[in-house]
Design a protein around this ligand. Structure first.
Ligand SMILES: [Zn+2]
Length: 60
């Protein structure tokens, strides 16, 4: 089982690279059990979408 620290680390790395299958499944398992990391995952996801949106605007 991952610690919250490892899980949040993986969540942020996931934005930049694709996770190994093993990391992915460990992370999923942790997220099932841990509500605060799920929330963190949602936040970081919407942040990166926001960042992408801004980048898109820059390119135009
Ligand atoms: Zn956690």
């Amino acid at each position: 089982m991952l610690t919250c620290r490892q899980a949040t680390q993986l969540l942020s790395e996931k934005q930049d690279r694709s996770l190994f299958l093993r990391e992915q499944s460990n992370l999923q398992l942790h997220l099932l059990a841990c509500r605060s990391c799920r929330r963190y995952g949602k936040q970081i996801k919407s942040l990166s979408q926001l960042a992408k949106a801004f980048r898109h605007v820059d390119q135009e």
